[in-house]
Write a protein that binds this ligand. Sequence first.
Ligand SMILES: Cc1cc2nc3c(=O)[nH]c(=O)nc-3n(C[C@H](O)[C@H](O)[C@H](O)COP(=O)(O)OP(=O)(O)OC[C@H]3O[C@@H](n4cnc5c(N)ncnc54)[C@H](O)[C@@H]3O)c2cc1C
Length: 474
Amino acid sequence: MDRTGIQPDSALAGAVTELAEVLGPKGIFTQAGDRARYASDQSGLVGDTPVAVLRPASTEEVSRVLAICSRHRIGVVPQGGRTGLSGGACSPQDAVVLSTERMSGVVEVDREAMTLTAWAGTPLEAVQEAARAADLDYPVDIGARGTATIGGTIATNAGGIRVLQHGMTRPNVLGLEAVLADGSVVSRLGKTVKDNSGFDLKQLFIGSEGTLGVVTKAVLQLRRHVPQSALALFALPDHASALVCLTAARQRFGSRIRAFEGMWPDYWNFVCHQTALATAPLAGQHGFYLLVEIEAASTQTEEELEAFFADLFERGVFEDGVLAKSLAEMRALWSVREAVGEVDDDFGHHINFDIGVSPSALGNFCDAADSVLAELPEAVGVLKVGHVGDGNVHLLVAHDGSAAAEERIEAAIYGLLRDWQGAVTAEHGVGRIKARWLGHCRTPEELALMRGLKTQMDPLGILNPSVLFRDTEI
Ligand SMILES: Cc1cc2nc3c(=O)[nH]c(=O)nc-3n(C[C@H](O)[C@H](O)[C@H](O)COP(=O)(O)OP(=O)(O)OC[C@H]3O[C@@H](n4cnc5c(N)ncnc54)[C@H](O)[C@@H]3O)c2cc1C
């Protein structure tokens, strides 16, 4: 027996032979060079090279390979595009990866029901494009849209920049097909909007990070496509003013607020001045920056946004602002916010916290985090950027790369978070990286119920061992 309790090499080799028989030559990678590419995701955590990479092309193949893995008690890591930021798709020792890359494609777009059915391995962007071709819209949108898959966004309940308007992934999934650890298929791919016939089982798989089943297909709820929008960037004295602005925007624009994104001065100065990652669209120093996108209801939307700006400027809520007048100007404004995806090289070793608190408490929480970090010599830099309307801040804390520094900083921030009754992850998921901190935002009773569900659905604990629960290594 090795560290994970998996059978010795010979038995593992026997299992791989069985898996190869089911999947055929295109469906399995066993060469070291091929396997190494599937070890890790984008979280920075370095995974082990998987024993084999399984590439099933159908639900039936997923079912057969999971039954084999169960029989041999082999850990299975479901993988989509490997863009995850919490180590959920990183391979532990002696596990196989189950990649959905060959289960890709849009199966159907139903314009009347406003639904799209897709295989789990379909890239998010391909789904968005297929919806647009039907003059509809799939509203879940994240920076990694070109590579992240539908299965991955479902497994992580991905959020992104349009949560305020259409919610996270959860409310945008109507039907789901998943395969349990023993190979049984749970399929409910209907387009029923209203369905109170018992438990809504699909919700168990959404956000479960591959620990309860492998998602193979989904029916997604599409929305009306509104191509036009107006975008403005505002400079404010502080986060409290951003909340005033949010309340005013909700009153004036209601559900037409497409994005309401915030940048603290540490982030703004880093991407616009310390590095050349973005060009500053506004001059001077301000206490907070807000990017507001409003869906167009008519050709008057720019004027509406201007009037909104003028009103709040007069009331002293805004200090400065700029309204995008063209698509190129819109891209330029968005590029400041999206530069967070490019800070890694310039910012050096850092922890990327993905914290959720009540939207009304976000500013004060960030002030408290700044104070806590100022006391820690290990924390050598802080950047804050996030989704103001959702109370979600991406708090990036630079350190010297040592495990001790990481430990001290995490303990300080997650300790603070516990006091504020927040979430250790608002959208990226718990994965392997945050599993040890889950108890900071979930009660013992909640954790026991989660473990009970895990045991019921995956009694041998083969699906994504040590993700979400630290004690689920098989
Ligand atoms: C530049 C960038 C920007 C990002 N922006 C956002 C953002 O705004 N909001 C946000 O929420 N996230 C964001 N992310 C994180 C990431 O893109 C999402 O978590 C995404 O949902 C992961 O999709 P994936 O296909 O790459 O999944 P992977 O990384 O392959 O896997 C993620 C998790 O899902 C599980 N999984 C994958 N496929 C399946 C399946 N078919 N069945 C069961 N489990 C499965 C894996 O085991 C793992 O636990 C960003 C990442 C990057 C690199």
